[in-house]
Design a binder for this molecule. Structure first.
Ligand SMILES: NC(=O)c1ccc[n+]([C@@H]2O[C@H](COP(=O)([O-])OP(=O)(O)OC[C@H]3O[C@@H](n4cnc5c(N)ncnc54)[C@H](OP(=O)(O)O)[C@@H]3O)[C@@H](O)[C@H]2O)c1
Length: 323
């Protein structure tokens, strides 16, 4: 008999998630039709806002079939599933997606949760479709050393842009320079965000890939160039604000006189094109044009710590839990 361990949310997060907000529960699984164990999980900012009390924490995993009564899901096969923070699941297969058949031996399967998975696809479609970058343009990215931002910056370089990234530690800044960002700065230690943005690109920004919101957005808006495009992917600086969101400056004049465009998106908009994005990202990885870094937390029991650490900024690249 298989015992599944799951992390549930005890109470809705008040401010930043705390260890006592999570509870580890065990459940005996009945004899199964098809099942899998889960060597790799991811933790992502969206898990922070969309949970309710008593739920198993949401999240994707690369799962391996360890027992099967369905020949379409052979033993040992690897699948991607939104199965939550749980070690073992029974599935009829509808919620499982096979990894790309051409998955190369040289790349870890966990990239299906990062560069070649949801974060990579978010970068690929959210940047290319909304910012429509042209060679020579200047692109600004915040959360730049994270799962999404690090891929956006590298795609922008592939497209011939000048790339500026902001991240929250000197190690992250160093990493951004290693993967090809033209300019990177630590937004936590600069004396003035306005000045840091001006120094990084005195002529301003054509494209802004927004992951943070709040004060970062307020500082960037006046520095957008005419006809600039802003792709709103996330607003992590306000995810811990429970009820009252901070107010900002009046944005309309900048949008009118600079003729700016801003568009929010959810990556699922492009679900029917995911295979195209994954193939392209895989190819860029194999060509060395996109590099990856995984921030691995070992042990299922450490999932809440890995999640809280990611929200605090511990991770360079994709935050992964390995069990
Ligand atoms: N629209 C979509 O479909 C979609 C899909 C996936 C992700 N997203 C969004 O994309 C953004 C990045 O996600 P990700 O998975 O790539 O996460 P990530 O960047 O790998 O990890 C989160 C990072 O956020 C930064 N951060 C945390 N609190 C912050 C704050 N108060 N102000 C500024 N930065 C803060 C930290 O980096 P620093 O050390 O640099 O502060 C941390 O490492 C998130 O906003 C997420 O919600 C949207």
């Amino acid at each position: 008999m298989v015992v599944a361990k799951s992390w549930t949310m005890v109470q809705h997060f008040q401010g930043a998630p705390k260890p006592e907000d999570f509870k580890l529960v065990e459940k005996k699984l009945p004899p199964l039709q098809a099942g899998g164990n889960s060597p790799r999980f991811h933790v992502a900012p969206y898990s922070r806002r969309t949970m309710k009390e008593g739920d198993v924490m949401i999240g994707s995993q690369v799962a391996r079939i360890i027992e099967s009564k369905n020949s379409a899901f052979p033993l040992g096969g690897y699948y991607l599933g939104n199965l939550g923070w749980t070690t073992h699941s029974i599935s009829n297969g509808k919620d499982l997606r096979p990894l790309l058949p051409e998955w190369p031996e040289s790349l870890p399967r966990s990239l299906a949760l990062g560069c070649v998975g949801m974060p990579g696809l978010t970068a690929y479609f959210g940047f290319l479709e909304i910012c429509n970058p042209k060679p020579g343009e200047v692109v600004l990215i915040n959360c730049a050393a994270g799962a999404v931002g690090s891929v956006v910056g590298q795609i922008a370089k592939i497209k011939g842009c000048k790339v500026v990234g902001a991240a929250g530690s000197d190690d992250k800044v160093k990493y951004l320079k290693e993967i090809g960002f033209d300019v990177a700065f630590n937004y936590k230690t600069v004396s003035s965000l306005d000045e840091a943005l001006k120094k990084a690109s005195p002529e301003g920004y054509d494209c802004y890939f927004e992951n943070v919101g709040g004060k970062f957005f307020d500082a960037t808006l006046p520095q957008m160039k005419d006809f600039g495009r802003i792709s709103v992917c996330g607003a992590i600086s306000v995810y811990n604000e429970d009820d009252v969101l901070p107010s900002g400056p009046c944005v309309q004049p900048a949008f009118i006189f600079k003729q700016l465009r801003m568009e929010g998106f959810l990556v699922h908009r492009w679900t029917d094109r995911f295979a195209e994005g994954q193939k392209q990202l895989l190819q860029w990885l194999l060509e060395g044009k996109v590099k990856y870094h995984e921030h691995v937390t070992k042990g299922f029991e450490n999932m809440p710590a890995g999640f809280m650490g990611m929200l605090k900024g511990d991770n360079i690249g994709k935050a992964i839990i390995q069990v």
